[in-house]
Design a protein around this ligand. Structure first.
Ligand code: NAI
Ligand code: MG
Length: 492
């Protein structure tokens, strides 16, 4: 195996991108960013605060109100987004290596999912740019003769706050629709993973986006993020992360009555009926919980298995988990890399400990840290879990699955819905009526039938209940980045 330290890409960008210029923080502060596979520091990156956010918002405001962006045709905006997608494709290997270095996820996944989906997301929204149209409305003529029509106009300056689990892809999900609709943006990447967002900012400049249209300010949530949320000249906040952070954001955004959209966590149920194709179900359960080290908002972390198939499923699932290749994320054969930070490692290990201390649950795979370098956790499975246990109710955000036994369909739908979250759900069965009963019965934004973790920029993604507000991807997002203006023209 190649040691991760030997394959490190060069880190060139460590400053904020504001108004088309690279700059340090006004107070000179920086934050340390790490390689999760080795726990070594990679670089000091600018840590922004209120003064940097003020400067970035002023630049975004100018670009929106009076810059070349405000006069650019929608079609030309689309061309810039296509150009950005092409530049990402041309620099795919470098971006992939940077993402692996900073996040700890395996290179096979970055090249198979993160980077291609990032490119496709920009292309998808590039295509929308000149297709966001209004309507002509057939209004009543009792009081006169009118032409009534609607225009779809950009919301304005948008603050976009993203997490560390898919740094590049989350930036694309946010930027694609915002820029296609003609908004300007201040993107705040997570403090753990600023590197690919900064490189993306550089590629956007190279693509020809005018200064101030896309600003990238790195920094902590409590400082840079908070300043963005409270800023009176920011019209919208789009956020992905923990629901508790969303609650803080909602309160702090209230004074300036911002538009908000949230993509939050989950505790997604995956239901396996005894008649399912067991190979497919085990593979699906593996992907559902161990993809991206379990650092996935829609991770299938509660696996409900019908009683008669329970023991066979658990045995096969545990065997697959024990064979899962864990290690150097730069090795193309690695299937699971490192957790993003020491903090996340500790959180996951704490939950494993809670699971072990719950009387009834049995740990049938993993159950500990892997190795003593970096922040790796063995793929872990608890069997004999009940839905009321903490490991079945709280988001662990790591490679830890809970398997719960069930007897009949109404019971499992009820239990699946007994959670504060409602992001995703899955069902494995050969019986079409059971598949539809679960698909219709679960209160979740995405349902996978005999599959898991399939994504497409055209397919809406987001959750019910504590899993969020609004949707990402698909054409619905365009509503969240536009205002509708109704124009009445007196024709008499
Ligand atoms: P977080 O929600 O605190 O961080 C996400 C983003 O929000 C980061 O960019 C952060 O700097 C920013 N942020 C934090 N506090 C803020 C504030 N007061 N105002 C404005 N922005 C703020 O998530 P964190 O602390 O990194 O992870 C904690 C847990 O959250 C994880 O263990 C996981 O359970 C969950 N999470 C869920 C994600 C998802 O995709 N749904 C992504 C990341 C974390
Ligand atoms: Mg936090």
């Amino acid at each position: 195996m190649t040691p991760a330290t030997l394959v490190q890409p060069q880190v060139k960008l460590t400053q904020h991108l504001i108004d088309g210029q690279w700059c340090d923080s006004a107070d000179g502060k920086t934050l340390e960013t790490f390689n999760p596979a080795t726990a070594e520091m990679i670089a000091n990156v600018a840590a922004g605060d209120r003064a940097d956010i003020d400067k970035a918002v002023a630049a975004a405001r100018r670009a929106f109100d009076s810059g070349p962006w405000s006069k650019m045709s929608a079609r030309d905006r689309g061309k810039l987004l296509y150009r950005l997608a092409d530049l990402i494709a041309e620099n795919a290997d470098e971006l992939a290596a940077l993402e692996v270095l900073n996040n700890g996820k395996p290179i096979s996944e970055v090249k198979g999912a993160d980077v291609p989906l990032t490119i496709e997301t920009f292309r998808y929204y590039a295509g929308w740019a000149d297709k966001v149209t209004g309507d002509t409305i057939p209004v009543d003529s009792t009081f006169g003769n009118f032409l009534c029509y609607t225009r779809r106009e950009p919301v304005g300056v948008c603050g976009q706050i993203i997490p560390w689990n898919f740094p590049l892809l989350m930036a694309a999900w946010k930027l694609g629709p915002a820029l296609a609709c003609g908004n300007t943006v201040i993107l705040k990447p997570a403090e753990q993973t600023p590197l690919t967002a900064l490189r993306l900012g550089e590629l956007a400049l190279e693509a020809g986006f005018p200064p101030g249209v896309l600003n990238v300010v790195s920094g902590f949530g409590e400082t840079a993020g908070d300043a963005l949320v409270r800023h009176p000249d920011v019209e919208k906040i789009a956020f992905t992360g923990e629901y508790k952070t969303a609650q803080i954001i909602m309160k702090n955004a209230a004074d300036t009555l911002k538009r908000i959209s949230f993509e939050l966590g989950g505790k997604s149920p995956a239901v396996v009926f005894a008649d399912a194709d067991m190979d497919l179900a085990v593979r699906g359960a593996m992907t559902g919980i161990f993809f991206n080290q379990g650092e996935v908002c829609c991770a299938g972390s509660r696996i409900f298995v019908e009683e008669s198939a329970h023991d066979e499923f658990v045995e096969r699932f545990a065997a697959a988990a024990n064979n899962h290749r864990l290690g150097d994320p730069f090795d193309p054969n690695t299937r699971q890399g490192a957790q993003v930070s020491k903090e996340q490692l500790d959180k996951v290990l704490r939950y494993i400990d809670i699971g072990k201390r719950e009387d009834k649950a049995t740990c049938v795979a993993g159950g500990s840290q892997h190795g003593d370098t970096g922040w790796f956790v063995k793929p872990t499975i608890f069997a004999d879990v009940t839905n009321d246990m903490r490991i079945a109710q709280e988001e662990i955000f790591g490679p830890v699955a809970s398997v719960i036994k069930f007897r009949e369909i109404n019971e499992v739908i009820r239990e699946a819905n007994t959670t504060m979250y409602g992001l995703a759900a899955a069902v494995w069965t050969r019986d079409i009526s059971k598949a539809f009963a679960v698909a219709n019965g679960v209160r979740a934004g995405i349902v996978w039938v005999n599959c898991y973790n399939t994504f497409d920029p055209a397919a809406p993604f987001g959750g019910y209940k504590f899993s969020g507000h609004g949707r990402e991807n698909g054409k619905g997002v365009l509503d969240m980045y536009t205002e509708t203006k109704t124009v009445w023209v007196n024709l008499d």
